[in-house]
Design a protein around this ligand. Structure first.
Ligand code: NAD
Length: 497
């Protein structure tokens, strides 16, 4: 495989060299000027990254389209060997990647390390899948021919990722797309381009051929995506982000019937039944709510507790929330880092004000923390209203909203009363109830007695306004493959005469 040139421009951050340019057709390239990346824990600029234009987006697609046929033709074992090399290199860079992730996203270092490990596991999972992609064989229904089904890469792919899981989102998408034999144009989130750049530099060092992986940072996401999405050579878009932007991309995909996978917003209900282990439920609810300062698509957005255990649950949950340490992700003992930006932190304050205007009782937190960076206190409300708009919105913030339910049926009704359908959680000691409730929840994933469930072997994704398609598991790679049916004439009489 080709060995590629080193990055043209780098920044040294916390002792690690990080590429700042776009990566197109095997070369690091400047953009049209630069844009600033900030440390949300201090508000200070940490690097300036190349700003890609629509022309860069087109150049990236040119490269991906030119490389597609050769990449699809690489034998599975050779592709898997390349993946193994990249996986080993990734593991060597774990400390650097986790530190850069904390620097640009603010998340506590322990969370960055956990995200790094999960991302590497996803990459390994796809490595292992490459040599195990099988088709099928059947007889034609009335004889005379055979049905052979094979799977072929869908073609050049646009991968668009959000800032809240800067490595996991790209490792999960690029791992599946590249393993399936698709070439890629990666469009990073402007808040967190550096982690993604380190990931791409690992792939280039491992020897992925020019054009197979292309990386574009930009301040003009909509301009670039409109250009790339309108190009008939693009055959697939895989997006993770808000439902609103996902919906725009689906409209852009419609004219050219571009294949689309969408991982979108969530409004996760966290249901605690009357027989639950309250201590365990409260501890898991804290993780499911305050991980990544609440900025997670699978966050516990509405905590719905049976009234028989509500007092005990609320007392424990509030005590745990008050004990959370807010601070820089690099400080030992930090549980909750900053919000990603000043604008987003102001949005959190607006949400608190909305809860204060409805029938809700503030039990903890509620204020932005003065000083440098964009910190906000872990906040807890008990909400006595279910009708207000804020009770059905994705909060994406360190605000826990707890609701009481009068019965299991009432809890299920309220849990399903949302346009979203990503992750739900149910806590009960009764396995039969767990199944019965989980099967009635209109969500793509249900955590039973656990508040975290991402795993490479699991199909991650949502229903309704939370998305289309799955990432991970056996299904993830097939999102980037299309079945092809070959009808093969078998003239038995002729052949045997
Ligand atoms: P966002 O939709 O604003 O941005 C996501 C990405 O899309 C970024 O790279 C952004 O630059 C880009 N983008 C924005 N406008 C665009 C446009 N018009 N055309 C093309 N690209 C565009 O979302 P965000 O604020 O970065 O992330 C938060 C949202 O992502 C939340 O709703 C969250 O639930 C969701 N999310 C979902 C999952 C999942 O797996 N379902 C995972 C993480 C985040």
């Amino acid at each position: 495989m080709t060995t590629l040139a080193p990055p043209s421009r780098t920044a040294t951050l916390r002792g690690h060299s990080v590429p700042l340019d776009l990566f197109i057709d095997g070369e690091w390239r400047a953009g049209d000027g630069d844009f600033a990346v900030y440390d949300p824990a201090s508000g200070i600029e940490i690097a300036r990254v190349a700003d890609g234009t629509a022309a860069d987006g087109k150049a990236a697609l040119d490269a991906a389209a030119a490389a597609q046929a050769a990449w699809a033709a690489v034998p599975p074992r050779d592709r898997a060997d390349l993946f193994s090399r990249a996986h080993r290199l990734l593991l060597e860079r774990g400390d650097a990647i986790a530190e850069i992730m904390t620097l640009e996203s603010g998340k506590p270092l322990a969370e960055s390390r956990a995200e790094f490990q999960l991302s590497a596991d996803f990459f390994l999972w796809y490595t292992e899948q490459i040599a195990h992609l099988h088709g099928s064989f059947a007889h034609g229904s009335r004889g005379g021919y055979r049905i052979v089904t094979t799977h072929q890469p869908v073609g050049p792919t646009l991968l668009i990722t959000p800032w809240n899981f800067p490595l996991l989102m790209i490792a999960r998408k690029a791992g599946a797309a590249l393993a399936a034999g698709c070439t890629t144009v990666v469009k990073t989130a402007r808040e967190t381009p550096l982690t993604c750049a380190l990931f791409v530099s690992v792939l280039t060092e491992a020897g992925f051929p020019p054009g197979v992986v292309n990386l574009v940072h930009t301040t003009s996401s909509s301009t670039i995506s409109a250009e790339v999405m309108a190009d008939p050579r693009l055959r697939k878009v895989s997006f993770t982000g808000s439902t609103e932007v996902g919906s725009t991309l689906l409209r852009q995909a419609a004219p050219g019937i571009v294949n689309a996978s969408m991982e979108l917003g969530g409004d996760g209900p966290f249901v605690v039944l009357d027989d639950a282990d309250v201590e365990a439920a409260a501890a898991q609810a804290i993780v499911a709510k305050f991980r990544n300062a609440g900025q997670a698509c699978v966050a516990a957005n509405r905590i719905i507790v049976h009234e028989k255990v509500a007092d005990a649950f609320i007392e424990r949950f509030v005590a745990l929330a008050k004990a959370l340490r807010v601070g820089s992700g690099f400080e030992a003992g930090t549980d909750v880092g900053p919000i990603i930006s000043a604008r987003q932190r102001d949005g959190v304050a607006d949400l608190v004000a909305e809860f204060e205007r409805i029938d809700a009782t503030l039990l903890a937190g509620g204020r932005a923390i003065d000083g440098d960076g964009y910190f906000f206190e872990p906040t807890v409300f008990e909400v006595h209203d279910r009708e207000s708009d804020v009770c059905h919105r994705e909060l994406f913030a360190p605000i826990a909203a707890i609701y009481r339910a009068e019965s299991t049926a009432d809890a299920i009704r309220f849990a399903n009363d949302t346009r979203y359908g990503l992750a739900a959680y149910v806590f009960t000691r009764d396995l039969s109830r767990a199944f019965a409730v989980a099967e009635r929840l209109d969500f793509g994933m249900v955590g039973i007695n656990r508040g975290i469930m991402a795993d490479p072997a699991a199909a991650f994704g949502g229903v309704k306004a939370s998305g289309l398609g799955r990432e991970g598991g056996q299904d993830g790679i097939y999102e980037f493959l299309e079945p092809k049916y070959l009808a093969v004439t078998v003239d038995e009489e002729g052949a045997l005469s």
